[in-house]
Ligand binder design. Sequence first.
Ligand SMILES: Nc1ncnc2c1ncn2[C@@H]1O[C@H](COP(=O)(O)OP(=O)(O)O)[C@@H](O)[C@H]1O
Ligand SMILES: Nc1ccn([C@@H]2O[C@H](COP(=O)(O)OP(=O)(O)O)[C@@H](O)[C@H]2O)c(=O)n1
Length: 226
Amino acid sequence: MPGRIAIDGPAGAGKSTVGEHLARRLGYLYCDTGAMYRAVAWLALHRGMDLNNGAALGELAEKADIVISKPQIADGRQYTVTVHGRDITWDIRTSQVGRAVSTVAGHPEVRRVLIQQQRAIASKGQIVMVGRDIGSIVLPDAELKLYLTASLHERARRRYAEMVERMGEHNPALPSFEEVMQDVEKRDQDDQANMRPAPDAIIVDTDHLNIEQVLDTICQYVEEKV
Ligand SMILES: Nc1ncnc2c1ncn2[C@@H]1O[C@H](COP(=O)(O)OP(=O)(O)O)[C@@H](O)[C@H]1O
Ligand SMILES: Nc1ccn([C@@H]2O[C@H](COP(=O)(O)OP(=O)(O)O)[C@@H](O)[C@H]2O)c(=O)n1
């Protein structure tokens, strides 16, 4: 079995959903690196920091007590995220954090700290790690590398459906589909510099595949590695 499985791809491609299912099927640890960048972005916003100050944000990432652990509450969460003991699991999913996270993640000082932490997590053994640069930068020696993708429209459709489900159709805070699509497109652009599909990654176009089909496709690649 491949010990380390890297799953990269743009927002809404299905990395977290598929990554978690796959990890559970294989009995592997699951690590969503996006949550780490989101937690730092949330903390920076919470403290009213200048999002363009890479040195200060790098220091924040280094000193922040961010803990990602198994979910203790059954409210649809994949994991619990705390910062200095405060539960921010859902706070890191807001549009405000979504709009700030690429700027925060764009600073080399922040990436250096989080990449080091991600490698330490992966060194513990069998893991499914999802993000943007896992196969290329974080774990270039990963035994299996996948790059999930889908059209912008499909990824925005999934994100919007997820928000309707979570917030309720009539919630005044629910953004429109067009706004969600603009946010996804903007994040694609902002993430371009740090979005590095590994040259040896297997590309899985999920546009016309449901979650089960994506999982089955990936499981075939896992079996080929056995
Ligand atoms: N192949 C798929 N078909 C339909 N919906 C999907 C598929 N993959 C994921 N989803 C749904 O799309 C949303 C975004 O998926 P997610 O795993 O959060 O993407 P990512 O982690 O790549 O941003 C979730 O609500 C998820 O249930
Ligand atoms: N390995 C990673 C993971 C996330 N990120 C950044 O963190 C943001 C949030 O990642 P995410 O995986 O939670 O985003 P979604 O794809 O789930 O919307 C991305 O848009 C990137 O800016 C990164 O730079 N490198």
